[in-house]
Ligand binder design. Structure first.
Ligand SMILES: *[C@@H]1O[C@H](CO)[C@@H](O)[C@H](O)[C@H]1NC(C)=O
Ligand SMILES: *[C@@H]1O[C@H](CO)[C@@H](O)[C@H](O)[C@H]1NC(C)=O
Ligand SMILES: *[C@@H]1O[C@H](CO)[C@@H](O)[C@H](O)[C@H]1NC(C)=O
Ligand SMILES: *[C@@H]1O[C@H](CO)[C@@H](O)[C@H](O)[C@H]1NC(C)=O
Ligand SMILES: *[C@@H]1O[C@H](CO)[C@@H](O)[C@H](O)[C@H]1NC(C)=O
Length: 504
């Protein structure tokens, strides 16, 4: 999910890759940047990966009978290490974006396949990547968007797995484990809850299943972002907190607007107060995204970045209290350029591009505007942002203006159980202490088999990434424990076969 917010109106949560800025749901943020921009990838995945691509005819509507059409759901299969018959299947529950991107960024599955003798399947989420229920018309209006729900996506996964098991020789008795990160992690947890007949367990990495109304304090997300900056350099959070007023001051004149635009090398110069609001939202989203990808080594998830990017950013923000507005904002521009120009290839900073183009922002906005209502708020004291309350009504009005639909604040809690999920089993919730999304995650062991793994020095689903020499010990331990649970679930499944086929 993306980090983000709504400023003019209420604030949405940024999820998606969770970097999909749920929070970025800002009217002007409704920029048509959508899902076409494919980021260039200067750093490729560590291990060469190879898979086959398939398309499955999936029902557009699993829950009603009038709409009988189908669409092609894309999925990727890698069976190089698969031990058949009955070797396990690790099934990635695709989230809001191009499935090949998640496939490339989930090295943990690639590294675990050999050890488990597992087949890997990566299933694309409907309405993202190539899996468009109505082709180019899928996003044309709310009638076409009507089938974009997490429930439909889970049903797609279930039907696909049943089909694979009945058609792939040797797969009939294969135990399936769901794996996902961010919104994909929410899906993997919910998949195990709703379809325990289909998957024997789930790894839900950085899955904020409690970032819904009434479940966690709305300010915790931005508090964690702020803590990341506070621990990464002298006065770093304090100077960012100060920068908002400095921006207001400087942009109060035409020459100040021009100065700031040039200082940041903005592609489109700021012209008025509305642009200044957009600018501040964009900066805020930049800090959130940095918190999500504060990895200990050079990586390209949302953007190409150096190791511990927040420490690098904070080098430009270590001013003492006497700094002038202009000096401070010069530092902020240097800091922002670490995020947007680390490779030195951007000619100007584009406020409508904050992260990889492999994520489907518009689809995520729609989901945030319907089921995935994630309250976020700031107070400017415990966090380094301008104060802004969570305002459901304003958010709802924004959604209505954008899509002609209104969010249902309580539905996610009703359909997925909220905090009352102790009757479920075999789910690992892993969270990174640096990741703002951990605020909405499960961070304690609920039962024997609803397990929480906390990685203090981990950003957004660090455990799902390829292993790296610079991995902190806690993430190595987390991965080892995750594999141990996988093995346990697999051997449990062998003792009690899931299928009802008579044993002769
Ligand atoms: C900024 O990004 C948007 C959305 O990707 C794109 O349409 C626009 O052309 C970009 N502007 C510049 C100047 O690069
Ligand atoms: C995934 O990696 C392959 C090469 O391994 C590359 O061709 C492809 O563009 C990548 N996909 C995305 C969405 O980054
Ligand atoms: C902004 O302008 C006001 C009034 O000129 C000044 O008191 C203040 O120090 C300036 N800077 C900040 C960061 O508020
Ligand atoms: C990005 O870095 C390159 C190389 O240092 C520089 O030439 C270019 O002006 C920078 N772009 C921006 C937008 O600052
Ligand atoms: C949950 O239990 C596991 C052992 O099964 C332990 O490693 C982990 O640290 C516990 N999680 C928390 C948050 O205490």
């Amino acid at each position: 999910m993306a980090g983000g917010r709504t400023r003019v109106s209420g604030r949405a949560a940024a999820l998606c890759i969770l970097t999909l800025c749920l929070g970025c749901l800002h009217v002007i943020a409704l920029k048509p940047q959508l899902f076409t921009r494919l980021g260039d990838l200067p750093f490729s995945a560590q291990t060469p990966i190879s898979y086959q691509t398939f398309y499955f005819d999936q029902k557009i509507d699993h829950f009603g009978f009038l709409e009988d059409g189908t669409f092609k759901q894309r999925y990727l299969v890698a069976d190089k290490h698969w031990k058949q018959p009955a070797g396990p299947i690790l099934f990635y529950t695709g989230n809001e974006g191009d499935i090949t991107w998640f496939c490339n960024n989930t090295g943990f599955m690639w590294e675990t396949a050999a050890q488990l003798g597992a087949m890997l399947v990566f299933a694309e989420h409907r309405y993202y990547g190539e899996s468009l229920p109505f082709g180019q018309d899928s996003y044309s209006d709310s009638k076409h968007l009507n089938y974009l729900t997490s429930e439909q996506a889970l049903a797609d996964f279930a039907v696909l797995i049943e089909n694979l098991k009945s058609t792939l020789p040797g797969a009939q008795h294969s135990p399936v484990i769901a794996v996902g990160g961010s919104y994909g992690g929410m899906l993997s947890a919910w998949f195990r809850m709703k379809y325990p007949n289909i998957v024997v367990g789930a790894l839900a990495a950085s899955a904020p299943i409690w970032q819904f109304p009434g479940m966690v304090p709305c300010g915790d997300f931005y508090k964690i972002v702020t803590q990341d900056f506070a621990r990464s350099g002298y006065n770093c959070d304090a100077n960012i907190r100060k920068s908002w007023k400095a921006i207001n001051n400087v942009t109060s004149t035409v020459s100040g607007l021009q100065w700031l635009s040039e200082e940041f090398n903005l592609c489109s110069p700021l012209k008025n107060v509305m642009d200044t609001v957009t600018f501040k939202n964009w900066l805020q989203e930049t800090w959130v995204n940095l918190a999500m990808v504060d990895y200990p080594y050079e990586a390209n998830f949302l953007q190409p970045l150096p190791p511990w990017p927040i420490q690098v950013v904070c080098k430009y923000l270590g001013f003492d209290s006497t700094v002038s507005d202009y000096e401070l904002l010069h530092g902020v521009s240097q800091a922002a350029k670490i995020y947007y120009n680390y490779t030195g290839t951007s000619s100007c900073l584009n406020m409508s591009q904050t992260a990889t183009g492999s994520l489907g922002y518009l689809g995520w906005f729609y989901q945030a505007c319907t089921e995935m209502v994630m309250p976020m708020c700031t107070d400017g004291i415990q966090d380094m942002f301008e104060p802004e309350e969570w305002n459901f009504q304003a958010f709802s009005d924004e959604c209505n203006a954008m899509f002609g639909v209104r969010p249902r604040a309580d539905w996610a809690g009703t359909v997925y159980g909220g905090k009352d999920i102790a009757s479920h089993s075999n789910i690992i919730f892993s969270n990174g202490g640096l990741d703002p999304w951990s605020a909405g995650g499960v961070n304690y062991n609920m039962t024997e088999s609803l397990v929480s793994i906390v990685i203090p020095e981990g950003a957004h689903h660090l455990d799902l990434r390829y292993s790296n020499d610079h991995d902190p010990p806690a993430v190595r331990a987390a991965r080892a424990l995750e594999v141990k649970y996988f093995q346990k679930w697999i051997s449990q499944a062998k003792k009690a076969p899931q299928t009802s086929e008579p044993n002769i």
